[in-house]
Design a protein around this ligand. Sequence first.
Ligand code: FMN
Length: 179
Amino acid sequence: MRILVTAASRHGATAGIAAALADRLAAIGHDVDVRPPEQVQHLVEVEAVVLGSAVYAGMWLKAAREAVDRLAPELRQRPTWLFSSGPLGDPPVVTEEADVSGYVAATGAVEHRTFPGALDLCRLMYSERLMVRSLHAPEGDFRDLRAVEAWADHIHSQLESRPRPSSRPRQRAGGVAAA
Ligand SMILES: Cc1cc2nc3c(=O)[nH]c(=O)nc-3n(C[C@H](O)[C@H](O)[C@H](O)COP(=O)(O)O)c2cc1C
């Protein structure tokens, strides 16, 4: 199936999750396109979508929120999965969870998952460092790419178990319906 994986990422951790997911879906045999949400204006020839975002201050990034607004009617017409990347630490500690119930409803998403993220203080802007300090967020890469790959397998099996759109029997020359 032709699958679009699109994720909003400020410092690269969520983009890494999207890439791992896309690699796994491609290894299974899907035709996968990965691109940032701002580059997706319409869903042309896309049969299924995975849309994700990093969480900052309890919210999805603007590019992902805008993608939901812009693409919701098209997303509702195809199987869609959503994910958030945020919690940090081992075990991951949720600082502030994004409320994605509105995005799930707007897109008709099959499912939403939250994956642990990564924090590299060197990459942060000054204001972000201050915020991270006040949250006592631990630095490190807490992404669980095995869990991401397992989710790709799960998405694949959900796609496989969907009823196929009924195809009309093709007419052979002479008017006999092909099996
Ligand atoms: C300033 C700042 C605020 C954050 N706020 C949250 C938050 O509210 N909830 C959460 O789960 N994670 C929060 N995080 C953790 C990020 O979501 C996590 O580091 C994520 O993997 C970053 O993804 P990115 O590198 O793709 O931008 C915050 C991180 C920073 C630097």
